[in-house]
Design a protein around this ligand. Sequence first.
Ligand code: HH2
Length: 322
Amino acid sequence: MRRYYRPLVASGPGLPLAGGWLTFRDVEEITRDGSRIIAADAVPSDVLHRLTAPRADVAGLSLHAPRIMGIVNTTPDSFSDGGRLTTTEAAIAHAHSLEAGGAHILDIGGESTRPGADFVDAEDEIARTAPVIAGLRARVSIDTRKAPVARAALAAGASILNDVSGLRFDAGMAPLAAQSGAPICVMHSTGDPKTMQKDPRYDNVLLDVYDALAAQIALAEGAGVARDQIIVDPGIGFGKTQDHNLALLRGLALLHGLGCPILLGASRKRFIGTLSGVEAADQRVAGSLAVALAGVAQGAQILRVHDVAETRQALALWQAST
Ligand code: HH2
């Protein structure tokens, strides 16, 4: 039976977690039947290497400390900020304000992937995103499922690919990542945005997401993508109930066993509203910060957030006081 290894993270003496700011001495060895705690030196050496090795830089950005990815949605219908940035100028101005607030990466998206969102043609998505990217000098990622949109974004100056379908939507995405050498975020999702929230089911959400990401990493490597250029993301809210989201957050450190940096995107999402009783998405900042810090406390290297300056402040205090 397949065994999975979740490092029990700490901050004292121990082995470094992904070469970063946390350590671990013990590991939860998990099977689909149960789990037990074992010492780190009892973990198979290949897994232990993936759990401890420093991660490669992402587009020149070192991951020895948590990094902030600021969200720039050029869409009319994103769940929390849709319709605010429908001109190139407004999107560029917002991107500049996120940069000033401390964003290390700007994530530019031209198609909402919130539950129930409508499909956007590649030409429309390119028209929304490429001029914005061309107007920026920052480190930019393109949030798209479509290879033609990603290609146009790279030509306009983007250096990171962010695919919420985890390479399932467009077979051209992995070859594009391979040929361009751009790092790619492979996010876990099921179905598509129209239908993904209709009764999502898993045997064991944490282990199922781990296995699905491992399969997509293998697919990417098969297409020629270097493993150290792959970022993984559990896909909070994408084909997941509230319980699924919480199980993934609590068990997040398991994903370090994939040997790739972890990106966490929980900002302002519905479960934060549900658990806090706050309906308006732009009022969910405090809950978003709490989840972001919970992610960092499990070694997530990149936080995808709407509220960049607030996240930077929270991170600075978290780092100083732990
Ligand atoms: N979430 C959203 C979009 N892109 N990319 C990654 N890697 N991880 C995420 O969790 C993620 C993502 C959805 O959030 P948002 O962009 O705010 O909304 P919308 O899809 O409605 O534009």
